[in-house]
Design a binder for this molecule. Structure first.
Ligand code: FE2
Length: 180
């Protein structure tokens, strides 16, 4: 009350990720089939990295401070449904009749999920005295790992362009290890 609250950086980062996938979903609506196929693969990649970060690092930390634990359980169920749809998309080809329809349903369910997180979950935890700094460091580290694959030889300072190139090829490998 009367206090100026500052949104923790880790929550800002998750919201930025949300904005990124929402843009992909909007672009998908306008795209031709070739572009749609590209956006599906891009969307899947973003969602898998984001979901892994939330499941492995963010949700476990929030659980201890969230009064309404069912919010987290529902979020995990929504992730579960998203993983199933992603798995089905991976087994299909863009030429399959229901490929784009499936991605559209995935997009709708993710939009709902984002609304819940930003509207209910994040506001409830953002004023809590969590170790937000520590969580941010862990999230950033894990995100880089997922985008890069295990690359111990990479030094901080390596060009982001190189990072980007590796990201595409290696996210599949990491995602298998983390079951997303
Ligand atoms: Fe999220």
């Amino acid at each position: 009350m009367g206090l100026v609250t500052r949104t923790p950086d880790v929550l800002k980062m998750l919201k930025d990720d949300h904005d990124k996938v929402k843009t992909i979903f909007e672009d998908f609506e306008q795209a031709d089939d070739r572009m749609k196929a590209f956006l599906v693969s891009q969307g899947i990649r973003e969602l898998e990295v984001h979901a892994a970060i939330e499941e492995e690092l963010v949700y476990p930390v929030l659980r201890s401070d969230l009064e309404e634990k069912h919010i987290l359980d529902e979020a995990l169920e929504e992730h579960h449904v998203a993983h199933l749809l992603i798995e089905e998309l991976r087994a299909m080809s863009p030429a399959d009749e229901r490929y784009f329809a499936k991605f559209k349903v995935l997009a709708e369910s993710i939009r709902h999920h984002i609304k819940e997180e930003e509207g209910t979950m994040f506001p409830e935890v953002e004023e809590k005295e969590l170790n937000w700094e520590e969580l941010l460091v862990a999230v950033e580290r894990r995100k880089n790992e997922l985008l890069e694959g295990a690359k111990p030889e990479l030094q901080p300072g390596v060009s982001t362009i190189t990072k980007g190139k590796h990201a595409k090829a290696e996210v599949d490998i990491s995602s298998q290890t983390i079951h997303v």
